[in-house]
Write a protein that binds this ligand. Sequence first.
Ligand code: LAC
Ligand code: ZN
Length: 468
Amino acid sequence: MERFTKIGQADIDFFMVLLGKEGVSIDPEAKQEYGHDYTEDLVFEPEIVLKPGTAQEVSHILAYCNENQIPVTPRGAGTGLSGGALPIFGGVCLSSEKLNRIINIDTSNFQAIVEPGVINQVFQNAVAEKGLFYPPDPASKGSCFLGGNVAHSSGGPRALKYGTTKDYILNLEVVLPNGDIIWTGANTLKYATGYHLTQLMVGSEGTLGFVTKIVTKLIPMPKHNLLMLASFADAGQACGAVAAIFQEGITPSALEFMERDAILYTMKYLQTTHPLPDTAQAQLLIEVDGNYKETLYTDCDVINTVLERFGGTDVLFAETDGEKERLWSLRRKIGEAVKAQSIYKEEDTVVPRASLPELLAGVKKIGKDFGFQSACYGHAGDGNLHINILKGNLSDEVWNNTIKEAITQIFLLCKQLGGTISGEHGIGLVQQEYMPIMFPQSQLELMRSIKKVFDPNGIMNPGKIFRQ
Ligand code: LAC
Ligand code: ZN
């Protein structure tokens, strides 16, 4: 027996009455558009796309789907990299795009209430106008939604100093699969009042409920930042410099690693120039921020001595906002550029930062053993290395089968180094087969049991995170 019910005319009529024509799409173009996200080239079309504008509408939709055993896949901007928004069983794609209001920015308590369809950068700009700062800044910040950020606890370059999304979520309004609307906690900085349901929801990838309001913490906007770029003839040495910078007592606001190939692909993709010496195998992009310029210059001097110790050369400072933006734009576009270059798989490995050189060396060795090229980059200060495995000349047979063994070896290495298989992209669809590397069956069973408490009929984003 099919686990889920296919959507019929009666269901379409119900949703039309509830949301009106504007809130319902069933045409082939919409199904195609909402059938993919940024994950590789995967496509799974929904049977219907719903765009509610209130929590009450979400509640009616979920209660109906729960009763009728219709699968529901929540969707933000579709910028995810682990296939979390792919409706693999068809059914409803539940889009948050009409829930896009910034409800309140509270400058006395440094908090904001927003809906999940607000674009990360739009929110950052709105709070910046009031002198406040919302640090989580995924590379896709210009288009990704805050709801998706909550679903994956997204990070970004600034996470190493300021933390990821989970560190900025105080409270959530969530519609549960049975249609109940709850608040998960309180709008307070401290919370010791039973199980922390807010933090359980963050990173749950839309498998437990649909977030309709987000209460975020804000902090004061630092007044200044400095950005420097350093080149290394040896990529391992670049990784080695990372932990050493922290050991000097400095916490940069960003510390990004970029391998030569990743930079070259992005220069080509953006049709832009970039200061990359012929000898450079890797670069570090380092930002410091704070309220006092003098302190930042002193920090940069100290960082410079560390960089020299690790063979860093050609250290450049971005002199203008335009230069800063050019460097950041190149860094942020690497993912897109690699995608344009080759069929690829992106792994989101993370290890304790001092183990980064070992991780990189291990990845390169595994690449040699299995005959694949990789372009690595990422948030070195967090020990978070994005590994892009390129298909290049590999046969389909090797790509579809053997490469899984290579990925398994990379993930086993992460685990052995005290790390894990995703730092910020989530497990979604594409990483779930590797979950048993991280957890014994008993622990996966514990997670499944939690899922069952929230979603006994298994309608919320089915087939994600772990096998259900
Ligand atoms: C980045 C995304 C891919 O760091 O996480 O560019
Ligand atoms: Zn990243």
